[in-house]
Design a protein around this ligand. Structure first.
Ligand code: GSH
Length: 259
């Protein structure tokens, strides 16, 4: 959502290509690996461009937006950067997942089996390929660490820690006072990541963590921006569209050479 919103806000057209990261796990396929060795979404590819992380896509969008975003204002840039970095320090996946495990503790053995099976498969693939086996081992290690996060500490404790982190982040953002947006009359990279964080909190039923009235008003205003519509920002889980997206992703081949 960060990539889609950043591109929409900067008016950069793109052709979306869905990847099923959940069931078919297309991010682990060799063609996708050739594009994005982290094996994560998003990836942005252009004739002379290959960006493999949403933060890179966000910086690219800010650069292309030029003076239309207040990232271009040298006086504001450090505070904007800090707000963006603070957002990236939060694992919203961990919050969502620990919340799920808190309400459905019976899922824990299933998660354990899935994640340990996945890291074993990745290690096996690494042992039998000459194509960047290190990246596969790194991904296997990441899955083991995920498993550790969800098994070593009770889910309720992890959830409480993540909630505290989100609250501290939101409290630390600047007061919205000199204009409609976080840093004044123009939007910034910080507005983009905050919008996505709040969309994800809404989806997880955690929007109550947003206590500040100025940020609540900001969120109301921000949701009225055309880019929010264009970027298809989800504020609630849409089961039918999710399943349709999984099916569509499977029907479209991943082409790793530049198109
Ligand atoms: N820092 C990366 C993280 C991306 C990321 O973790 N994406 C998740 C989906 S939101 C993903 O691809 N998960 C699949 C996986 O890790 O195998 C970015 O912001 O681009």
């Amino acid at each position: 959502m960060v990539a889609r919103l950043a591109l929409a806000e900067a008016g950069i057209p793109f052709t979306p290509r869905l990847i099923d990261i959940h069931l078919a796990k297309q991010q682990l396929s060799d063609p996708y690996r050739a594009l994005n060795p982290h094996m994560t979404v998003p990836t942005l590819r252009g004739p002379d461009l290959l960006l493999t992380d949403s933060s890179e896509i966000l910086s690219f969008a800010a650069c292309r937006a030029g003076d239309a975003w207040c990232d271009a204002d040298a006086a504001q840039a450090p505070a904007i950067r800090a707000a963006v970095q603070g957002h990236y320090a939060i694992s919203i996946e961990t919050l969502t997942f620990s919340k799920l495990l808190t309400s459905r503790p019976l899922l824990k053995p299933l998660v354990t089996r899935l994640l340990s099976g996945l890291s074993r498969q990745l290690d096996q693939r690494a042992a039998h390929t000459a194509v960047d086996p290190e990246a596969l081992r790194a991904k296997a290690q990441q899955d083991r660490e995920r498993l550790q996060t969800f098994t070593a500490t009770p889910a309720a404790e992890t959830l409480a820690a993540l909630r505290a982190q989100v609250q501290a982040y939101l409290h630390g953002l600047p007061a919205v006072q000199d204009g409609p947006w976080l840093f004044g009359s123009r939007i910034s990279s910080a507005d983009v990541v905050l919008a996505v964080l709040l969309a994800r909190l809404s989806m997880a039923g955690e929007l109550a963590l947003l206590e500040r009235a100025d940020l609540q008003r900001w969120w109301q205003r921000y949701q009225g921006r055309p880019a929010v519509q264009a970027a298809d920002l989800w504020t609630r889980f849409q089961r039918r569209r999710f399943v349709a997206a999984l099916l569509q992703a499977r029907r479209t081949p991943i082409v790793s050479s530049a198109a």
